[in-house]
Design a protein around this ligand. Structure first.
Ligand SMILES: [Zn+2]
Length: 297
């Protein structure tokens, strides 16, 4: 299997339990001996069916959408602190790649950014366009109708791990960023202690997550595509009790954690579900990358 980052051929060597809506599927991951990237043995397969209507709301819009919206807004407000909006009167433009239902754009608008988004899911684009009309594009980054260097910031949160051609994606993003502009990336960290502890049961192993990054592979990707690494560090997210419970209902988890959440929610008053606490096992990286030098065509 050819490595999506460096092109080296590797053999599948790690069993992983790739989660899907209807349970887990035992697959193998390749671990690249050259660059450290992990990738599923079928990472180049067509996965468009996964992103059908309802994907952004976990296949259950009625029950989960408020919880997901609230959790995502809280997380994005936190993450956007890593971006500095340029001073001056000219509007600073931000593009969210893989914007889903557009929650990051809601949070960025509050901070004064002029926001745009794109997604390859028609359903997600429809949802985001309700609140950001004319600003959401149903297209991959490389096909967007913007001149090179248009954006001061581009965000790529929980997206990179879905992509089997990361080099092309980063090059397309680099073209749209102004020199000195910032790319903010959030992605699971395959070196996280939660992965080492949970092994093949790590909750980030999902059928739609086809590549898995660590500091080394992320830095290599950035430097190969025209970025300067400002910082790469662990990312911590906060979620409400009700969000965790819903998550475990969808994806399951090692016994007895989901059962414990169900039991607690039966005996506690409803306000308890809204209490937020940091997820100690998020196992994610956040990278702040600066577009180096002149914008290239
Ligand atoms: Zn590699």
């Amino acid at each position: 299997m050819r490595c999506p980052l460096c092109g080296t051929g590797n053999r599948p060597s790690r069993p992983v339990l790739a989660q899907e809506l209807d349970g887990g599927r035992l697959q193998s991951a390749c671990v690249c001996a050259q660059c450290g990237l992990w990738y599923l043995d079928d990472c180049y397969a067509d996965r468009s069916a996964v992103y059908a209507a309802g994907y952004a709301a976990w296949g259950n819009p009625g029950a989960a959408s408020d919880l997901v919206a609230e959790a995502k807004l809280t997380a994005f407000r936190q993450q956007l602190k890593f971006l500095v909006r340029p001073a001056g009167d000219a509007p600073a433009k931000l593009l969210d790649v893989g914007t889903g239902a557009g929650y990051l754009l809601d949070a960025a608008s509050e901070l004064g950014w002029e926001v745009y988004g794109c997604d390859t899911s028609a359903d997600a684009v429809r949802q985001a366009a309700v609140r950001h009309p004319g600003r959401i594009f149903h297209a991959p980054v490389a096909s967007l109708p913007f001149a090179p260097g248009t954006f001061q910031a581009i965000t790529l949160t929980d997206v990179l791990e879905h992509v089997s051609d990361p080099i092309s994606l980063f090059r397309a993003i680099r073209r749209l960023l102004a020199p000195g502009g910032t790319l903010l990336v959030i992605t699971p960290d395959v070196d996280a202690w939660s992965r080492r502890l949970l092994g093949r049961q790590w909750f980030q192993f999902k059928h739609e997550h086809v590549t898995y990054w660590n500091r080394k592979s992320l830095v290599r990707l950035a430097e190969a595509t025209g970025f300067r690494v400002v910082q790469v560090r662990g990312n911590v997210k906060k979620f409400s009790f009700a969000y965790y419970r819903q998550y475990f209902r969808k994806y399951g988890f090692i016994w007895p954690i989901p059962q414990l959440f169900e039991a607690i929610s039966c005996v506690m008053p409803s306000w308890f579900g809204r209490l937020s606490f940091a997820n100690p096992v998020t196992g994610e990286l956040i990278a702040v990358l600066e577009a180096a030098g002149e914008s290239r065509r």
